[in-house]
Design a protein around this ligand. Structure first.
Ligand code: NAP
Length: 272
């Protein structure tokens, strides 16, 4: 028998190919709701760079157009749709339109969300409560319901929701926001169990403090810099780019047996 001879350079090439194909998204079609800004845009651009065909959904047409141009400059077929995820028929129509354009959808990131207005609990109006839940919970429900209808007969798919570390600790003046972010985690756990047998996995990402449109105006103010930043062991706020790696992993076949989990990306904030 011929002895097996492998040169170091061929080992290196083989390993690089294995690693890159594990995270290669060139046959994947991905939807990112709230993909025109902040964390969603960070995830959309990262999966596009890994080869995916990407659709972003959001309400702001200007940011949609700008994100579409950026995705297309990466070189992939892309779509940006004007969608309000708190409107059931808009979500149903957008899913159908995306499917029509792409032919199939492999991963759905239900990331669109709105933040709390720092209202004292006793002053919180029913409108404010319902607005938060309309986007952060109903929008996720409708997005995933349409996704599951498509993924179940295909026997594969990845569902990912953007939750928040606020689901884990008392969030004063943000009880509605934190409750919605805890609620979507419960939804994810049920989906993981109900649809695991159909090859569908479901996970949540829990970001810590990230500089985005949602936190603009207070996160970099003196009070936050003094009181909150010292509790982040890595010593800085998160950026949208910090969510690229986890998005690629969860959209890729590398995460095929990873389901029902919440992955915290917070620079160590919750450990301190
Ligand atoms: P962002 O920059 O304000 O982005 C929010 C995105 O959601 C935008 O693309 C926005 O687009 C979209 N959106 C909001 N309401 C929508 C609606 N009704 N229909 C469709 N799209 C809608 O904030 P972000 O921080 O990246 O937020 C992304 C997710 O991360 C949210 O779920 C948020 O709760 C979560 N999160 C953020 C932090 C943080 O520190 N930033 C921490 C934990 C969790 P349009 O305005 O164009 O619709």
């Amino acid at each position: 028998m011929q002895p097996l001879s492998v040169t170091p350079s061929s080992v290196h090439t083989e390993r690089s190919t294995m690693t890159s194909s594990l995270f290669d998204l060139s046959d994947k079609c991905v939807v990112v709701t709230g993909g025109n800004n902040g964390i969603g845009r960070g995830m959309a651009e990262a999966v596009a760079r890994a080869g995916a065909t990407v659709a972003v959904w959001g309400r702001n047409e200007e940011r949609n157009a700008e994100t579409l141009a950026s995705l297309e400059s990466i070189g992939n077929p892309s779509l940006a749709l004007g969608v309000d995820v708190s409107d059931e028929s808009a979500v149903v129509d957008a899913f159908a339109e995306t499917l029509d354009a792409f032919g199939h959808i492999d991963a759905v990131f239900a990331n669109a969300g709105v933040g709390a207005g720092a209202t004292r609990f006793e002053d919180m109006s029913t409108e404010e409560w319902r607005w938060i839940f309309g986007v952060n919970m109903d929008g996720v429900f409708w997005t995933f319901r349409e996704a599951v209808k498509h993924m179940k007969p295909r026997g594969s798919g990845s569902l990912v929701v953007t939750s928040s570390v606020s689901a884990d600790f008392g969030f004063p003046r943000g009880e509605h926001y934190a409750a919605s972010k805890a609620g979507v985690r419960a939804m994810i756990q049920g989906l993981a169990v109900e649809y695991g047998r159909y090859g569908i996995r479901a996970n949540a990402i829990a970001p810590g403090w990230v500089v985005t449109g949602m936190t603009d105006g207070f996160i970099e103010g003196d009070r936050f810099e003094q009181n909150v930043k010292p509790r982040i062991p890595t010593g800085r706020w998160g950026t949208p780019e910090d969510f690229g790696g986890i998005a690629v992993y969860l959209a890729s076949d590398a995460s095929q047996w990873h389901t029902g989990d919440t992955i915290t990306i917070d620079g160590g904030y919750t450990q301190f």
